[in-house]
Design a protein around this ligand. Structure first.
Ligand SMILES: Cc1ncc(COP(=O)(O)O)c(C=O)c1O
Length: 431
């Protein structure tokens, strides 16, 4: 029997009176996971069900009143003039690439560790992806490394607020202004995160958010949002996201005979990346719950940070005082090189002996076949290589109980001790 960490519909966070130690033991003995790496990030309750049903009963199921309301509420939350919903963050990044007229031969600077979606739109238009290395303390894109990569061909910088921690945006924006570059914020992990009091997604030229199943808020598995203060971008995004027309505008101007025209976007061919009404209305409910869900993430993260602080072999990214972290992920770095063990051994013991699944994402994108085939070298950025070789992410989602968090801490401590003393024989080696 695996211990299910799933909450029922509408169930609120409650104190548990179950004898967890017995259940953990039983789960382990039966080959189950005590702390799964769950693929649903936020909490869903009856309020989302009601919102979905409400939207289902509307007169239109896409580009209707619920998307409009979600966009307005989202813009207000993030603090931008505009927010425009799309079907994914990858779609948002495709649109941003189109708006910034990034074309073949242009160079775009991205961090050396991110999800492949950050670079996919660049690969599609044959832009050159230029990797900037990471800051050794925060593990975020380093402004000094960005500066070193700027050339005459550089057109934009994509920052990724990795794990939910905003990048050091002041020096990055200074560089962008100095060299006349645009800045895209990949906010897939950073819903609700802040840099010096400003929300992620309100600092660069365009913010791109994800509501994929694992994210801090989700619109039933897929979804995304673009944020911007640029009125021209806001005018063009509806065209780019839906086959070259703005349905809201066209409906307003409707006149018989029905006529519409299809427009290109900055010379590019538009997409279809719409977010449906049911998803948008669920997103509105999720947005209202974001503050307490992020508080809960921060509470769990603080507990883990304190619980593993004394382990010499473990480090975590440091969080500068001027950031509000949204803890989409909780990465831990294991360095057991002093006694011949590695991150894979650490993951192996946590998984096989303690029933905790961790996940070593994200790889530097240049390591993937798709990029190697294009001629990108495999070991480009030394700091990213070091970080990735030690990195795994502990489970972090709204279904985790305090008991599971404490069990995770205890298990990390015991795993490190076992590896230190040689009192275990892990076999996994997938790097
Ligand atoms: C950093 C980053 N950027 C972009 C994306 C793409 O998001 P989506 O799945 O909504 O397309 C992800 C998804 O995990 C991500 O982690």
């Amino acid at each position: 029997m695996a211990v299910s960490s799933q909450r029922g519909c509408g169930e609120t966070m409650s104190q548990n009176t179950v004898d967890w130690s017995g259940i953990y033991k039983q789960a382990l003995e039966q080959g189950g996971l005590v702390v799964p790496y769950r693929e649903v990030g936020p909490q869903y309750g009856l309020e989302e069900v009601e919102a979905a049903v409400e939207a289902m009963q509307g007169d239109i199921l896409t580009q209707g009143p619920f998307l409009k309301a979600f966009q307005d509420e989202f813009a207000e939350y993030v603090g931008t003039d505009f927010a425009l919903g799309v079907s994914s963050c990858t779609g948002a990044l495709e649109i941003a690439t189109q708006l910034l007229e990034i074309r073949e031969g242009d160079e775009v600077i991205v961090p050396a560790i991110t999800f492949i979606a950050t670079v996919i739109p660049l690969l599609r238009v044959k832009a050159k992806v230029v990797f900037a290395d990471l800051d050794p303390e925060t593990h975020l894109i380093s402004p000094a490394s960005i500066e070193a990569q700027i050339t005459d061909r550089t057109k934009a910088i994509i920052v990724v607020h990795m794990n939910g921690m905003p990048c050091d945006m002041d020096p990055i924006m200074d560089l962008a202004r100095k060299h006349d570059l645009k800045v895209i914020e990949d906010c897939a992990h950073a819903m609700g995160a802040e840099y010096k009091g400003t929300k992620a997604g309100a600092i660069g030229d365009i913010g791109c958010f994800s509501f994929h199943t694992v994210k801090n808020i989700s619109t039933l598995g897929e979804g995304g949002m673009l944020t911007t203060n640029d009125a021209e971008f806001a005018r063009l995004i509806p065209l780019s996201r839906w086959v070259g027309m703005d349905l809201y505008e066209d409906l307003e101007k409707y006149w018989i005979p029905f006529f519409y025209d299809i427009r290109s976007v900055k010379g590019g061919v538009p997409y279809n990346f719409c977010l449906g009404e049911v998803q948008a209305n669920v997103g509105r409910v999720q947005l209202k719950k974001l503050a307490w869900m992020n508080d809960r993430r921060r509470e769990m993260a603080a507990r883990i940070t304190a619980g593993i602080a004394d382990l010499e072999e473990i480090t975590v990214p440091s969080v500068p005082d001027d950031r509000v972290h949204s803890y989409h992920l909780y990465p831990v770095l294991y360095d057991g090189s002093g006694y011949g063990t590695n991150r894979d051994h650490f993951m192996d013991v946590l998984f096989h002996e303690f029933g905790i699944k961790t996940a070593p994402h994200y790889l530097p994108p240049y390591k993937f076949e798709i990029m190697r085939e294009m001629g990108y070298p495999e070991d480009l950025c030394p700091e990213a290589e070091r970080i990735y070789s030690q990195l795994t992410n502990t489970p972090m989602n709204m279904s985790l109980t305090d008991e599971q968090v404490d069990y995770t801490i205890e298990s990390i401590v015991k795993t490190v001790e076992k590896l230190r003393s040689g009192n275990t024989k892990p076999e996994m080696n997938f790097s």
